[in-house]
Design a protein around this ligand. Structure first.
Ligand code: SF4
Length: 469
């Protein structure tokens, strides 16, 4: 079990096509900026003279690339990188991206963020027709399918378009091909973010705009749902929506705004910071309370807390000191270790909270165990009252599109009403933002949203698509 009963990110992708040989260094920096989306593994693949060289392993970006690995990758104008959180397949090196697939006339490297809902069916069909798999990840299925389709179409871009039409579910892809193309693909629903940037030496594609800025690229725009973009020799050669229709009731994962993305990113027209601040404003309107201070649970509760404070006029105060050296993916095998892990990570700031009525703002409650410990730690430190406000609606359903939400029986809101949850976590009052309120807070986003884990609506079963017809 992990340190917190939080949701986990689904991976990050990054790629560059340049007119200079700086692709690997920039991709490394891009991955460092996207580390928050996955801490279990990292990899970089670089196109070098029609060949593709790569290095990948389990661990943080700085652990995977900590020494001589750069020597073998040091040249190249096109590179793709990946940080992994495992939603399918276990945490082994083989399951870390990018996936390198060889076919009759070339090689591709594929970095994937999302979850392919028909991956098992596609894997079965590809295996029956002689393709071999080394890993258990759905991303390997994507890479093999693309390689198969490129061989059939005898054209890299047409092969990618054809393969993407077979995929169902969530996929933001960055692909490097041995014939010097960098290709970006976003699924027709736009579940996961993907954006494009430019500077004087070429283009970059990234899961979030914060990585473009960190690497010196100017954000141009988001990749549109269903769009395929091709960059060759540092120039854009193809762009436009090529993939089929979106599914009803789906769109961008609204949880990107609540929790996953970095506050300094802008996704589909809306700044993450602004969205979270708005969520706090809406929470203050929907669940006002008399209190002395507002505290956010670090890190993703902080912006919503500032919104609550601004709207309510209650002063914003630091309630905790966070130990930043304890990673999200730390494993604690026993209950007592898990209990002390929360204390190790988040210690109440007694001076600020003693004798105070506190509004405590957090992004979500999954099982409720962490919220219970945080509320107890505030009360043990002398808080008079703790009023919990949550900037996402109650989780009642699992996710099929790349977010690792616990099984439904473990989701506290699936079997308890709000008052029972309040009692369980020891809060004096509890308020979750409404779905309408959350959508209002994210109103500047130009895409429709997926909210299936809150509503249960729009969960679609994969349809069978025959690759070999
Ligand atoms: S079901 Fe929830 S977590 Fe999954 S994509 Fe939709 S909004 Fe995001």
């Amino acid at each position: 079990m992990r340190i917190e009963d939080k949701l986990n990110e689904e991976c990050a992708v990054f790629g560059v096509s340049l007119t200079t040989d700086e692709a690997v260094g920039l991709t490394y920096n891009g991955l460092l900026s996207l580390q928050h989306r996955g801490q279990e593994g990292a990899g970089i693949a670089v196109v070098d003279d029609n060949n593709i060289l790569y290095h990948k392993d389990v661990g943080l970006v700085s652990e995977v690339f900590c020494g001589g690995e750069f020597k073998n990758l040091s040249k190249g104008r096109i590179a793709v990188g990946h940080t992994r959180y495992s939603t399918t397949g276990n945490n082994k090196r083989e399951n870390v991206g990018p996936f390198i697939t060889e076919y009759l006339t070339g090689r591709i490297a594929t970095a994937h963020n999302g979850n392919i809902t028909n991956a098992l069916d596609l894997r079965h069909q590809l295996k029956e027709n002689g393709l071999y798999f080394h890993a258990t990840s759905d991303s390997e299925v994507v890479s093999s399918l693309i390689a198969y389709c490129i061989t059939k179409e005898q054209n890299t871009v047409l092969g990618v378009v054809k393969a993407a039409d077979f995929l169902q579910g969530a996929f933001s892809l960055v692909i490097a091909s041995g014939d010097n193309k960098l290709i970006a693909v976003r699924d027709p629903n736009g579940f996961r973010p993907l954006c494009i940037g430019q500077n004087g030496i070429g283009y970059a594609i990234a899961s979030e705009s914060c990585a473009l800025e960190a690497c010196g690229f100017e954000f141009i725009r988001d990749v549109l749902p269903g769009e395929i973009i091709v960059v060759e020799n540092g120039s854009l050669t193809h762009q436009g929506v090529r993939l089929g229709k979106k599914d009803d009731g789906h769109g961008l994962c609204i949880f990107e705004y609540v929790y996953f993305a970095r506050p300094d990113s802008v996704i589909d027209g809306l700044s993450i910071y602004e969205a979270r601040h708005n969520m706090g404003t809406v929470l203050a309107e929907e669940y006002p309370v008399e209190a002395d201070i507002v505290c956010g649970v670090p890190d993703s509760g902080l912006e919503a807390a500032s919104g609550y404070s601004a709207q309510s006029g209650i002063p914003l105060v630091s309630g905790f000191v966070k130990n930043r050296y304890i990673g999200r993916s730390f494993i604690y095998p026993t209950q007592s270790q898990r209990d002390s892990a929360v204390r190790l990570k988040l210690n109440p700031l007694t001076t600020n909270i003693q004798g105070k009525r506190i509004v405590l703002v957090d992004d979500s409650i999954v099982r409720g165990t962490t919220s219970e410990k945080i509320v107890r730690s505030l009360k043990n430190a002398g808080a008079k009252e703790v009023h919990v406000r949550i900037s996402s609606p109650p989780f009642r359903h699992t996710c099929h599109y790349g977010t690792d939400i616990d099984s439904e029986e473990n989701l506290i809101a699936n079997h308890m009403d709000i008052n029972e949850i309040r009692h369980k976590i020891g809060a004096d009052s509890l308020g979750y933002i409404s779905i309408e309120g959350l959508k209002r807070a994210c109103g500047k986003c130009v895409l429709p949203f997926c909210t299936s884990c809150f509503t249960g609506h729009g969960e679609s079963m994969p349809r069978k698509k025959d690759i070999f017809e």
